[in-house]
Design a protein around this ligand. Structure first.
Ligand code: BGC
Length: 261
């Protein structure tokens, strides 16, 4: 039987206090990893995830900080060092869609904030992670991008730009470290049922509209991303680097073409 085995691995998942990050943290733990559960500042939700992991027999710790601030990222990684003694897996999951604003009328500060969290954040965290992974010649870095690394999305130009850039960042860094035991890759989720898009799947009309954009005709569940992250972080995926695995129920296969044409 083939099983995902992350025992002995030390992981940090950013934005692990809810949504995809939470599911990823739980799945990494279920596969045997020790997990640092990062949150911006919401202690209640982060501690709840830590508690859930401990109750399942796993080991976890909560860490806090703003991923867009390099000094806070440095401090957060030092905390993980002091508890786990190093790092083997980083999942850059923390991110935000931002407000829906057409480019012409958009607020530059909003645009900058999305780029800071969704692009600079993974850069700062990747940089710190590599400093730990390269000397030990072992590590996996997973970026959570989005189908919007490929699909334009009116009103979200900061988000789509950040995700497309994060994809190229992933490939470039993967190329830099490929011979040094570190894999760098991305998961591009489609519409997954999390708080980030609760306003869409929580309303019957917008859910119907969303379903039509997905070949499988339903949003994904957080666990359907969490399981993939555990696989990619494991040695089962030892030959996968510098690429994006799309996990979207078929959003990218032009579902409208199942008729007409
Ligand atoms: C966004 C979600 C959206 C999905 C599909 C994701 O990247 O975060 O809000 O539902 O893409 O459009």
């Amino acid at each position: 039987m083939i099983a995902i085995d992350l025992s002995g691995r030390r992981a940090l998942v950013t934005g692990a206090n809810s949504g995809l990050g939470r599911a990823i943290a739980l799945n990494l733990s279920a596969a045997g990893a020790r997990v640092a559960v990062h949150a911006l500042n919401d202690r209640v939700s982060a501690e709840t995830v830590v508690e859930q992991i401990r109750q399942g027999g796993g080991e976890a710790v909560a860490v806090y900080g703003d991923v867009s601030q390099p000094a806070q990222v440095e401090k957060m990684f030092a905390e993980v060092d002091s508890v786990f003694g190093g790092l083997d897996i980083l999942v850059n999951n923390a991110g935000m869609d931002g407000a829906r604003e057409m480019c012409a009328g958009s607020d530059p500060e909003h645009w900058r904030a999305v780029i800071s969290v969704d692009l600079h954040g993974p850069y700062f965290c990747t940089r710190q992670a590599l400093r730990r992974m390269l000397p030990q010649q072992r590590g996996v870095i997973i970026q959570i991008t989005s189908v919007h690394e490929f699909i334009p999305w009116a009103g979200y130009s900061a988000y789509t730009s950040a995700k497309a850039a994060l994809s190229m960042f992933t490939k470039t860094v993967a190329q830099e470290v490929a011979t040094q035991g570190v894999r760098v890759l991305a998961i591009a989720p489609g519409a997954i049922r999390t708080p980030i898009n609760a306003d869409v799947w929580g309303n019957p009309d917008s859910l119907r509209d969303l379903d039509q954009k997905i070949a499988m005709n339903r949003p994904g569940e957080p666990d359907e991303i969490g399981r993939v992250a555990a696989f990619l972080a494991s040695d089962l995926a030892s030959y996968i680097t510098g690429t994006t695995l799309v996990v979207d129920g078929g959003m990218l296969i032009y579902p409208d073409f199942n008729h007409g044409g």
